[in-house]
Design a protein around this ligand. Structure first.
Ligand code: SF4
Length: 381
């Protein structure tokens, strides 16, 4: 380990940030822990360009931790729709309630206490503590892992506990000695990983700009920059087929609330049959109509619907790509002269004009817009 690098790392990085760091992002230079927390959670797994559009909207709708805690979780999920990884929205809501109930509406400054809150991991706790409370707390998101793995040529995949522990130790060792520098240092680290020491085209390889660590970086000195961080070979993404029932009765459609632990957890979607592994690209999505209704609506009332199943019409097929899986959705349409009342509270007839109040999975939202069942405005707000 290079002691010289550890000594000058933070000063060099802060100087780099003055010249080349990002500026003008709406969540920057904000010391309000609530605002920092929301931006950190939203930036996980979401592109900056998308967060730039959605963050101000979220903050306008839920301007304080108390307002967020008092909201209905469905409202929060509806606001989050389209951002993916919906457990983040459910955790935001649950965490806001913890802050209000356990900490009188004020975020704690100790990263160890922050880490106890729902949905806040060690790196996010470090970011909140550093930005909002000037605590000397390290962060270790994917960008920082990459920078440190390259600077110190850290061997072994990031998933290994020993590698992770080593990176946390390095992240702590590199912190500036004065806590007042923590916000700018933490921001600089994020910016350096996002814009200069990038995954595929770091500046030392692209040759556009001169990295301030050229002479210290072990990966650069050995000509193996793209070999770090080391990765485990990924298995091919699994693929699934799913049949969904699009049931309409005059100006209402039937929605079903998804279980909170499932994909699109807590959102409202079309009733569906259990997913099946897709074994071949040519596989038919044909399914017996009666079987589908019985699977998608396991309720005593669905028996009456089975008589109508001959009217089930094969609709669109949609392909949806998640980060770690692919899903082919076959839509089956059924128009009813009058809505059946279902006993389960997870099923609900929703008037088309009220669809905007419900958090919908992105492909279902797109489908409804395509079918012109709701004006774009109805689904946006
Ligand atoms: S020399 Fe290249 S790999 Fe090393 S820190 Fe700089 S940009 Fe990253």
């Amino acid at each position: 380990m290079s002691k010289a690098l550890i000594k000058h790392f933070s000063k060099t990085l802060i100087a780099w940030h003055k010249q080349s760091g990002r500026s003008g992002l709406p969540w920057q230079d904000n010391r309000d822990p609530y605002a920092v927390w929301v931006s950190e959670i939203m930036l996980q797994q979401t592109q900056v360009a998308t967060v730039l559009e959605r963050y101000p909207r979220f903050m306008k709708r839920f301007p304080t931790v108390k307002k967020l805690a008092a909201a209905d979780v469905d409202e929060v999920l509806a606001e989050w729709a389209g951002l993916g990884y919906y457990s983040r929205a459910r955790n935001l809501h649950a965490c806001a309630q913890q802050v209000v109930n356990q900490f009188f509406g004020r975020f704690p400054s100790d990263p160890l206490l922050l880490e106890q809150l729902k949905g806040i991991g060690r790196s996010t706790a470090g970011a909140i503590a550093a930005f909002a409370f000037l605590e000397r707390a390290p962060i270790l998101d994917a960008n920082v892992k990459r920078i440190l793995a390259r600077l110190f040529a850290v061997e072994g995949p990031l998933q290994d506990k020993a590698v992770n522990d080593r990176l946390w130790q390095l992240a702590s060792d590199m912190l500036p000695s004065e806590s007042e520098h923590m916000p700018v240092y933490t921001q600089a680290l994020m910016d350096f990983g996002a814009t200069w020491c990038t995954s595929r085209k770091p500046v030392c390889i692209a040759g556009e700009k001169k990295c301030p660590y050229l002479k210290d970086c072990q990966a650069n000195l050995s000509g193996q920059v793209l070999s770090f961080p080391q990765k485990v070979v990924k298995a091919k993404s699994p693929e699934f087929n799913c049949d969904m029932v699009f049931m309409r009765s005059s100006d209402a459609i039937l929605l079903q609330k998804r279980p909170s632990k499932a994909i699109w957890g807590g959102l409202w979607s079309l009733p569906e049959a259990p997913w099946k592994a897709r074994t071949s690209a040519m596989e038919s999505l044909e399914i017996n109509a009666k079987e589908l209704l019985a699977l998608a609506l396991p309720d005593e009332k669905s028996g009456a619907l089975l008589k109508s199943s001959s009217k089930l019409i094969r609709g669109e097929q949609i392909k949806h790509v998640f980060t770690h899986r692919r899903l082919w959705i076959q839509i089956w349409e059924l128009n009813l002269s009058k809505p059946y009342e279902f006993s389960g509270s997870d099923l609900k007839w929703v008037p088309l004009r009220q669809l905007g109040r419900y958090g919908l999975p992105q492909p279902i939202k797109v489908l409804l817009q395509k079918l012109s069942l709701a004006r774009g405005d109805d689904l946006k707000n």
